[in-house]
Design a protein around this ligand. Structure first.
Ligand SMILES: Nc1ncnc2c1ncn2[C@@H]1O[C@H](COP(=O)(O)OP(=O)(O)O)[C@@H](O)[C@H]1O
Ligand SMILES: [Mg+2]
Length: 235
């Protein structure tokens, strides 16, 4: 579905990604794990067209997207749930959700989309008139995901959803993410520093360090690696 081949990304004179390649097949949950500053956000933003690669290519269902603008990429069925939530705190839950439909066709189907996300997240429905800034951290992360779902993406990129959340909330959140794939057929590429959580739900994962993919495989394979055990699983 998504193929990233040998991308290199620079921020001015600083190189952030070296020869990054990865693949996400339809129906998979793929993890991207790595420490802070490894290049996870840069990778996801480059796929979304927010950051432009200097070389390499990205194809979605066989069509090149690395030369496309973000709004065009969204129309093709991709969406990013950004790091750090990025909600509008002084807008209500429902207003934040509607902002997820301003791209392309989805505004027309916004009522249908609202029904869909309110069924998935009944708590958000209860709080639809509440200002987003007054939600708990876990609810804000759910809202960020719900907003992403408003455009009914086929492939969702989720950036560090567990950041700053209590472990119990993270468990719920990861259940929701798995349900998006299992019950709603949304393919997922998820970046997280927390390898434990990602390994619990993913089919395969890539490990990124210092802007390079250093390992790839099933959770079983990665979990049995001595270095992964030490560095990422604290075993
Ligand atoms: N806008 C930016 N300008 C300059 N350097 C950046 C920018 N964004 C990220 N970087 C650098 O690129 C590297 C990768 O960052 P990032 O993709 O945010 O990593 P991660 O998401 O894995 O924490 C880091 O060294 C970071 O400092
Ligand atoms: Mg990041």
């Amino acid at each position: 579905m998504l193929i990233v081949e040998n991308i290199e990304v620079w921020y001015g004179k600083v190189k952030a990604l070296w020869d990054v390649s990865l693949e996400v097949r339809e129906g998979e949950i793929v993890g991207l794990i790595g420490p802070n500053g490894a290049g996870k956000t840069t990778t996801l933003n480059t796929i979304m067209g927010i950051t432009k690669p200097r070389s390499g290519r990205i194809t979605l269902n066989g069509e090149r997207i690395d030369d496309k603008e973000t709004h065009e990429i969204i129309k093709k069925g991709l969406f990013i749930v950004p790091e750090g939530r990025q909600l509008f705190p002084f807008l209500t839950v429902e207003e934040n959700l509607l902002l997820g439909t301003i791209h392309g066709e989805s505004w027309r189907r916004r009522h249908e989309a609202l029904d869909f996300v309110y069924t998935l997240f009944p708590r958000l429905k209860e709080r639809r008139k509440q200002l987003a800034g007054t939600l708990s951290g876990g609810e804000q992360q759910m809202l960020t995901i719900a907003r992403g779902l408003m455009s009914r993406p086929r492939l969702m990129l989720i950036d560090e959803p567990s950041l700053g959340l209590a472990p119990r909330i993270v468990v719920d959140l990861y259940k929701v993410i798995r349900a998006l794939r299992d019950e709603h057929k949304i393919t997922i590429l998820i970046a997280d520093q927390n390898a434990h959580r990602v390994f619990d739900i993913c089919d395969r994962a890539y490990v990124i360090e210092n802007g390079r993919i250093v390992m790839e495989g099933t959770p079983e394979k990665l979990k049995s690696d001595k270095r992964i055990k030490e560095v990422y699983l604290g075993l």
